[in-house]
Design a protein around this ligand. Structure first.
Ligand SMILES: [Zn+2]
Length: 417
């Protein structure tokens, strides 16, 4: 019997949560697995957001190769935003690298629209239209019967009752489980991948119910993780003896203290000039040295690259040093809020590095970096409870030699089946 690969993704769940909830007995199935096999913290992508990280996980490459640096980018030669999807991915997902093998791929973020493959693909968020999210289309009637949804109804997050939101997270998690069960025996597959994304929504909207053990909904947070553990147990029971079983997340999560409007800071420091004409990033005016796209991607306003660009190659180095200085100086109540600033050549390599941000600013714990244009204040709060961090996790049911696993290492772990 040749090895098959089963990959369960749990979006946005940090290493420490998996470790502590399994040790405490909330996740007994995962406890048994992690105590018997390989379980380590895995560094997320830079920046640590879903579309970038999952693109690295499924291709085995860094953003300089696969070309996805964020949920948004600017259309070349303009200041207009676009939202790259699966068509913008420049490296092949593993299911396109090995087309002689059969694959079932369910709910992987940033894989919309679904493309032809040897198997079945149901794309995850951001996926606007179920019809375009599914290959082959003959699967759609079955999905409708399963009452399949791509994401939770996020409008419920703004309702007073958080119980309703928990109900929705549980409902969507159950649909995901029924869907994987439905497809499990549909094909004689080599690779089966399914991603739980309710977990990321839980993190953003309800992190406090987990982090604060006194929260009156804490028991519901634990129920939610028990249900994820049931999902893990359900897969575990279905595995054949030689199957590889990988469980992983794309990034971690932690409590949000403040959001940081970095473009407002750049404006205050004289690096960003905005006109009152136009909207959004099209407000960027002559005299701008740099601007930020979500979450902390800093772009120099280069001559020849942008309509109002003025920075020459000769000036680049000095401006990068000036930017580093002002970002490291940024403080909230006397506390520095920027932990590290990376230059693109230090973190990215590959044929798409020219699309990379010149700098990536990484935050200290709790300070969520934001792009966006025209905000009045640098620091502000919103009603989100959790924000991403770079502490993802990796589990595999065999002995491997990876001291500090990275997201782009995962494809290399797939068994040669
Ligand atoms: Zn994510």
């Amino acid at each position: 019997m040749k090895n098959r690969n089963v990959i369960l993704g749990i979006d946005g769940i940090p290493f420490e949560l998996m470790r502590s909830l399994s040790d405490k007995g909330v996740m007994p199935n995962f406890k048994e697995l992690k105590n018997s096999y390989y379980f380590k913290e895995m560094k997320s992508s830079i920046p640590h957001i879903s579309s970038v990280s999952w693109s690295s996980i499924i291709t085995g490459t860094n953003p300089g190769e696969h070309g996805i640096f964020g949920f948004s980018e600017l259309i070349p030669g303009t200041y207009s935003l676009s939202y790259p999807n699966f068509n913008a991915l420049k490296s092949k997902a593993f299911w396109h690298q090995e087309s002689e093998k059969r694959h079932i791929i369910i709910n992987v973020p940033a894989t919309y629209p679904a493309k032809i493959l040897n198997g079945i693909h149901i794309a995850g968020f951001v996926a606007l239209d179920l019809e375009k999210a599914v290959y082959p289309k003959t699967c759609i009637p079955s999905l409708k019967k399963l009452e399949y949804v791509i994401d939770i109804d996020s409008s419920l997050a703004h309702k007073q009752s958080k119980d309703i939101l928990f109900d929705e997270l549980m409902r969507v998690l159950e649909i995901r489980k029924k869907t994987y069960q439905f497809f499990w025996n549909k094909l004689n597959w080599n690779n089966f991948m399914v991603v739980i994304t309710s977990s990321d929504r839980f993190g953003h909207f309800l992190w406090n119910t987990y982090a604060n053990t006194d929260n009156k909904l804490h028991s519901r947070a634990l129920q939610f993780f028990q249900k994820i553990d049931d999902f893990i147990g359900d897969i575990k029971d279905k595995l054949k003896e030689n199957d590889n079983f990988i469980i992983l997340s794309d990034h971690g999560m932690e409590e949000t203290k403040q959001n940081m409007n970095l473009n407002t800071y750049l404006e205050q420091e004289g690096f960003l000039k905005l006109s009152d004409k136009h909207k959004n990033y099209n407000r960027i005016a002559k005299g701008t040295k740099a601007f930020v796209l979500d979450p902390g991607r800093v772009y120099l306003n280069k001559k020849g690259r942008y309509p109002n660009g003025s920075i020459s190659n000769l000036e680049e180095k000095d401006i990068i040093e000036e930017l580093k200085k002002i970002f490291y100086d940024l403080k909230y109540q006397n506390q520095r809020v920027i932990r590290t600033i990376h230059e693109k050549n230090d973190i990215y390599s590959g044929v798409n590095i020219d699309k990379a941000p010149d700098l990536v600013v990484l935050e200290n714990s709790g300070f969520c970096p934001k792009g966006g244009i025209g905000k009045n204040v640098i620091f502000e709060q919103d009603n989100l409870s959790g924000m991403h961090n770079d502490s993802a996790f990796l589990f595999i049911n065999k002995e491997i030699n990876l001291e500090l696993p990275k997201v782009q290492d995962v494809v290399g772990l797939l068994g040669g089946n």
